[in-house]
Design a protein around this ligand. Structure first.
Ligand SMILES: CC(C)(COP(=O)(O)OP(=O)(O)OC[C@H]1O[C@@H](n2cnc3c(N)ncnc32)[C@H](O)[C@@H]1OP(=O)(O)O)[C@@H](O)C(=O)NCCC(=O)NCCS
Length: 216
């Protein structure tokens, strides 16, 4: 199936790698608001807002959103639009070296990078991004649009609310983390964290509360 990638930055690069290695899809190109010409070896097909019209014209029936956490508002808005679009399918990009239990549930529009482990009973919500080498233990409940950075690890029964960001190499023990939380790189989270907080350190402490729509 022909697929387009929305966004042409670092996340788009690793998504393309996973899609090519999976070998199930043919990458038709990217939609991006800043770049023109080509990205990697594929064409920039148009601006993001043109994706619907151009996908229909070019008979592209699948898409994956590749805006990173720094563009979370844009990501959320396009994920919602694509979710409502009956003519286009939101697909996953899962690197073949990821080990995903048959007992795990993976939503739509999800990227899972090289060497990730997702154990049984874990649920990964739509449009979440799990970067290289992260470990999601059994029975985790990962919300939508959650970003888990390289080498981060969650113990069994952890839950992470929608739009939460877990920094590189962070460890989370059996805890419930709210929505829109940022866990700093290298942190050790031992307790539950309410929504909209920044936490970091070993053990992690709450540093401040986020203003609305303020991400990493
Ligand atoms: C937690 C985080 C969001 C805080 O960012 P911030 O609010 O801009 O914080 P600052 O950079 O201003 O740092 C404030 C202080 O906290 C310290 N600090 C920042 N992040 C820290 C962390 N993760 N662990 C321990 N201390 C940290 C800084 O050294 C600084 O200390 P100082 O006041 O004594 O100089 C950020 O540092 C972080 O860890 N981001 C995640 C990065 C990441 O994993 N990216 C993934 C790329 S794939």
């Amino acid at each position: 199936m022909k697929v387009a990638v929305l966004g042409a930055g670092g996340l788009a690069k690793v998504i393309c790698d996973a899609l090519n290695l999976e070998g199930k899809h043919e990458i038709a190109g990217f939609f991006d608001d800043a770049k023109r010409g080509r990205f990697l070896k594929y064409p920039i097909l148009g601006r993001c807002a043109q994706y619907g019209e151009l996908c229909r014209k070019l008979k592209i029936r699948a898409i994956i959103v590749a805006f990173g956490y720094n563009f979370l508002d844009k990501r959320l808005s396009y994920c919602a639009k694509i979710g409502r679009d009956k003519k286009i399918k939101s697909i996953n990009a899962i690197h073949p070296s990821a080990v995903i239990s048959p007992g795990a549930e993976i939503g739509k529009g999800v990227y899972i990078g090289p060497g990730v482990i997702v154990n049984p009973g874990a649920k990964i919500g739509d449009n979440s991004v799990i970067w290289s080498g992260a470990i999601i233990e059994h029975d985790n409940l990962i919300g939508k649009n959650v970003f888990i950075c390289p080498g981060a690890r969650t113990a069994g029964y952890v839950s992470l609310g929608d739009n939460t960001f877990v920094g590189m190499g962070a460890n989370i023990t059996k805890a419930r983390i709210g929505k829109n939380v940022t866990v700093g790189a290298g942190s050790l989270v031992l307790d539950n964290v309410k929504s909209d907080k920044y936490v970091f350190g070993v053990p992690a402490k709450i540093i401040r509360t986020k203003k609305s729509c303020s991400y990493v």
